[in-house]
Design a protein around this ligand. Sequence first.
Ligand code: AMP
Ligand code: ZN
Length: 483
Amino acid sequence: MYLYNSATHRKEKFVTHTPGRVEMYTCGPTVYHYAHIGNLRTYIMEDALEKFLRYEGNEVNRVMNITDVGHLSSDADTGEDKMLKGARREHKTVMEIAQFYTDAFFEDCCKLNIKTPEVVQPATGLIEDFIQVISSLLDKGYAYVAGGNVYFDTSKLSRYYIFNDHDEENLAVGVREGVEEDTNKRNKNDFVLWFTKSKFEDQALKWDSPWGVGYPGWHIECSVISMKYNGEYLDLHCGGVDNAFPHHTNEIAQSESYLGHPWCKQWFHVHHLNSDNGKMSKSSGEFLTVSLLEEKGYDPLAYRFFCLQSHYRKTLVFSWENLDNAAKAYQKLIKRIAGLKPEDGAVDEAAVAQWKEKFLQQVGGDLNTALGITCLYDVLKAPLNDATKLAAIQSMDSVLSLSLGEKAAELRAKEAARPAAQTGAAGFTIQGEGDPEIDALVLQRAEAKKAKDFAKADAIRMQLKDMGIELTDVPGGAVWKRV
Ligand code: AMP
Ligand code: ZN
């Protein structure tokens, strides 16, 4: 496949260190609050990328961290620890907060059909490894101790800004957010590898280290977790675009200085989901969650469909109207697929293979998931029998993960349950949306009318109206729809 590489600023053929095997790393959530649907946009697109690489025939080893320590309220080294902030807000311990929001994150992922990575590593589980890498960086002269903290010395690098196609405004964010100037730093971009109690007395989680009791910086966790589980050569590193600087820039600095050779070739950055009034962010406290979408009656997979309809390198603007449109299109697509008859003909394997090839080509141009969705509609229109169409759609859905086969089968089963409700009154046909409960009420009303029990018939009509059902009598039956 071809992918845009933020490190080289162009689209490139994606090549791995070991042919057929992808070592993939994903920055995981900071578990001090629920993930918002912006965070989840990033994880949906990364999930589609991983599944596409598997669809191409690769084996993928995907590693993700869970940030449960060290991420300060500014992405630079200032402010309060985010985890501590969460614990204070909810009067719980940091570890209780971490466990609760880690579980909540994976529950949301499950609802969105996001696969769990092969390795999920909380930062607090690998402190010894961080200390070992930091010690080595000190030994090699890439780090220094000042004011009780250990800093990475960026002046030792020949090139620090890797992702410099991001505009200066974005590059500066992490630095500008810092309210206090850290006078221990030798250079503006130096960053903390290890904090000690000398600076942050109120830190809840602390470990012993050669530099005093303290805790690791945020950036070191991703470098070390990746090097441990992905090995020395990383093929693909993913994250939201805000992670490019300073987080990913610092990861590269640490990993390459430690390893002594280039580390990761391909950098994949997902652009943000914005709400009407700007970027959705956890720290602002105003954000939308998957549970909220469900409360409002949306299927979480309609949100996945919404994300897949647009390109990962474009900012996506969320509005209820946009989500409504996506939800309607998703339901319509399921309905069309439900209309296909699985028993119609034998699967034409050659045709399925051709469609798979077309899908690979379309989506393989920089993860163009929108074109992948177009392929589904094209299959529905193609001159193929239903069994072949279903097989091709099922195959593509192993990447898109919209549960199309399952949802269509559910709808088909609902439809199949309808005639049972109609058998009570011979010749009375019901056209509706395939809900046996509603069909049964419509039928009871027809029987009441036939028996001239108009009071009962009217009562049932009112009951249906209260349920949001619009009922129209037609010759020989009735039509109902949800309004
Ligand atoms: P966090 O939990 O804050 O560490 O973020 C988890 C992931 O979500 C990171 O990869 C971020 O870059 C990404 N992210 C944060 N805000 C947004 C947003 N509004 N839209 C898309 N991705 C985001
Ligand atoms: Zn990271």
